[in-house]
Ligand binder design. Structure first.
Ligand code: KIV
Ligand code: ZN
Length: 547
C-alpha cells in the first residue's frame, strides 16, 4: 500500500461508527461538520482588524446568511464593545448559536452569561491553558488546580446555558494523558463541546489528528453522549487548514475558523478553505457542512472591507488570482474543458463574473439590481447617494464594473457610520523632480465655513496630510497606508485605505477616486471625521481651529 493509501486508511479508521446519529444541534447529523466562525472574536483581536459595533453586526448577518452554525461574537469581560456585540447578535439572530468566550474565572463566566441573557441560542466557551509551558510560565498553577477550576467554571457556565464548550488552551502541546484527564473533567462538569486548540500553530497534521483519535479512544463517553470534538488551528506554520482537516478525519465535528483566515499572528484556519476542501473532496471525506458556498465570496469581501485587511492575490478560494489562468497551455485546456485545470466552479463560491455593469445612461433601478445581485441590501437614501457617485464616475470612466460599484457602496456605507464633520472642497498639489512637495487644501466644516491652508511635506501625500491635520487640529499618527486599483485599465479608480493612531485608538478611513492623490486625501479625511465622531460620542474634548 502506498503512503497516500496508508494515510487514508489511518484517517478512516477513526470516522465515527454511528455515522448518521442526530446530535444536539438542530438537524446536524454526524456526517456534518459544524462551522464555528470566530472572525468576530479571534479574528477581530488581531492587530489592525478591529471592527465597530455596526460592522460586527453586518458581518454577523452575513455569517448567518451564509449558514454558519456557531458565531463566536466576542469575549464579553474584555470590553463593553465585546459585551454589546454578543448581546446584540444573540438577540437579533436566533438561528445560529451565538458564543461568548470566558476564562475559567467566575466574573468572566458571569459576564458571558449576562451578555447572552434572553438569547434563543447561546453558548458559553470556557477556556484554560493546559500545556506545561503555559501552566508554568503563565498560570503558575498545578495540574490538579487547573482541573478543579475547569470543573467549577464549566459547571458555573451550565447555570446560564446547557450549551457549554471547553477549550484546553495550547491543547496541541499538552501531555496526552493530562489532556484526556481534563477533557473528562470538563465533560463530567457539563461541557457539550470540547475544543482542542493548536494555539500557537505548532502541530503537524498527523500529530494533531492523532490527538483527536487518542482522546476519543480513551474517552468512550464522547461518542456515547454525543459530545462534539472541535478543532481550532492557528496558521503559524501555514498548516491551520491541513490540521483542521486532520482533526475532522479523526472524529472532530466542529471546525473553528475565520473568514479570510484572519486572526492572531499568522491567522486562523480559513473558513472558505476548510469548507471548499470538504466540499470538493467529499468523495474522500464523506463529510459536508451547512455553508451556502455562494455566499463565501461576498462575505470575504465584506470582512476585507470592514477590517481593511486585503486578501492576498493568490489566496486560495477568494484571492483575485484563485481562478485566473495565465499560462497559454492552461487557457487552452480550459477552453476545451473547464475541469482540466479547475477543480471548483468559481460560481460555487459566489465569485461574480466581472460584468460590464452600466453606462452613464443607466437608471437607478438597474443600479439597484446590480447592487442587490452583489449581496447588498440598500435603502432608498443609500441608493440615492451611490447613484449620484455612480453618475460622477460614469462621466469620468468609460466602463463601470461590478468592482467599481462595490467600492462606491462600501464608501457610502463607511460614510454612514461617521458624521462628515469636515468635507473636502478643493485640493491642489505640486510635486515632482526638483519641486518641494506642497499641498493647498480647502475643507468646509459642519456649518459650511470653508478653511484653506497649505503645507510642504516629504512627498505629496505627506504635504496633504500635514495640511489636513493643521486645519482639523486632530493629532493622529499615520500607521498604515494601502493603495490599490479597483479594476484594471488606465482609467481605474484608486482605493486608498489608511489607519491612524489617535490616543489609544486606531481608526481607519477609505477614499476612492480616479485620481489617487484625491483618494489619499479622502481616506485621511474619512479617518479624521471618524476620530472626531468617536471623540464626540465619548465626550472627549475636541479642539477646533477657528477659521
Ligand atoms: O487559540 C486559542 O487557543 C484560542 C482559545 C481561546 C480557544 O483562541
Ligand atoms: Zn485562537
Amino acid at each position: 500500500m502506498g503512503r497516500f493509501c496508508l494515510d487514508i486508511f489511518y484517517w478512516f479508521q477513526w470516522l465515527p461508527h454511528e455515522d448518521r446519529r442526530h446530535d444536539r444541534i438542530g438537524s446536524i447529523t454526524m456526517d456534518t461538520v459544524r462551522i464555528f466562525d470566530t472572525t468576530l472574536r479571534d479574528g477581530e483581536q488581531s492587530p489592525g482588524c478591529s471592527m465597530n459595533h455596526a460592522e460586527k453586526l453586518d458581518v454577523a448577518r452575513a455569517l448567518d446568511t451564509m449558514g454558519v452554525d456557531i458565531i463566536e461574537a466576542g469575549f464579553p469581560i474584555t470590553s463593553p464593545g465585546d459585551f454589546e456585540a454578543v448581546r446584540a447578535i444573540s438577540q437579533e439572530l436566533p438561528r445560529p448559536v451565538t458564543c461568548a468566550l470566558a476564562r475559567t474565572v467566575g466574573a468572566d463566566v458571569d459576564r458571558a452569561g449576562e451578555a447572552l441573557k434572553g438569547a434563543a441560542n447561546g453558548r458559553i466557551h470556557v477556556f484554560c491553558a493546559t500545556s506545561e509551558i503555559h501552566r508554568k510560565h503563565k498560570l503558575n498553577k498545578a495540574k490538579s488546580e487547573i482541573i478543579s477550576i475547569t470543573r467549577e467554571q464549566v459547571a458555573h457556565a451550565r447555570q446560564f446555558t446547557d450549551n457549554v464548550e471547553f477549550s484546553p488552551e495550547d491543547g496541541a502541546r499538552t501531555e496526552l494523558d493530562y489532556l484526556v484527564e481534563i477533557t473528562h473533567a470538563a465533560i463530567e462538569a457539563g461541557a457539550t463541546t470540547i475544543n482542542i486548540p493548536d494555539t500557537v500553530g505548532y502541530a503537524m497534521p498527523e500529530e494533531y489528528g492523532h490527538i483527536f483519535a487518542h482522546v476519543r479512544q480513551k474517552l468512550p463517553i464522547i461518542d456515547a453522549e454525543g459530545i462534539v470534538l472541535s478543532s481550532h488551528c492557528h496558521d503559524d506554520l501555514g498548516l491551520a487548514v491541513a490540521n483542521s482537516l486532520a482533526a475532522v478525519m479523526n472524529g472532530a465535528r466542529q471546525i473553528e475558523c475565520t473568514i479570510n483566515g484572519i486572526g492572531e499572528r499568522a491567522g486562523n484556519a480559513s473558513l472558505e478553505e476548510v469548507v471548499m476542501a470538504l466540499r470538493t473532496r467529499r468523495d474522500l471525506t464523506q463529510l459536508s457542512t451547512n455553508i451556502q458556498t455562494r455566499r463565501i465570496y461576498p462575505t470575504s469581501r465584506l470582512v476585507a472591507s470592514v477590517t481593511g485587511m486585503h486578501v492576498q492575490r493568490n489566496k486560495a478560494i477568494v484571492g483575485e488570482n484563485a481562478f485566473a489562468h495565465e499560462a497559454g497551455i492552461h487557457q487552452d485546456g480550459m477552453l476545451k474543458e473547464r475541469t482540466t485545470y479547475e477543480i471548483m466552479d468559481p460560481r460555487d463560491v459566489g465569485i461574480p463574473e466581472s460584468k460590464l455593469v452600466l453606462g452613464k445612461h443607466s437608471g437607478r433601478h438597474a443600479l439597484r439590481e446590480r447592487i442587490e445581485d452583489m449581496g447588498y441590501t440598500v435603502d432608498a437614501a443609500t441608493l440615492g447617494h451611490v447613484y449620484d457617485a455612480f453618475k460622477v464616475l460614469a462621466d469620468k470612466k468609460k466602463n463601470v464594473y461590478d468592482e467599481d460599484v462595490e467600492a462606491l457602496v462600501e464608501t457610502e456605507l463607511d460614510a454612514q457610520s461617521t458624521t462628515e464633520l469636515w468635507k473636502l472642497d478643493n485640493l491642489q498639489v505640486t510635486s515632482g523632480m526638483g519641486a518641494i512637495p506642497t499641498a493647498a487644501v480647502t475643507l468646509s466644516d459642519a456649518t459650511g465655513t470653508a478653511v484653506t491652508d497649505a503645507s510642504i511635506g516629504d512627498g505629496p501625500i505627506d504635504a496633504i496630510y500635514s495640511t489636513i491635520q493643521r486645519i482639523t487640529n486632530v493629532e493622529a499618527e499615520l500607521i498604515d497606508y494601502q493603495i490599490r486599483a479597483v479594476t484594471g485599465g488606465k482609467d481605474a479608480q484608486g482605493e486608498v485605505l489608511v489607519e491612524l493612531q489617535h490616543r489609544d485608538r486606531r481608526v481607519r478611513g477609505r477614499g476612492i477616486s480616479t485620481d489617487v492623490i484625491e483618494a489619499s486625501a479622502r481616506a485621511y479625511l474619512a479617518a479624521i471625521n471618524r476620530i472626531r465622531t468617536l471623540d464626540e460620542r465619548d465626550g472627549n474634548e475636541v479642539e477646533v481651529n477657528q477659521p
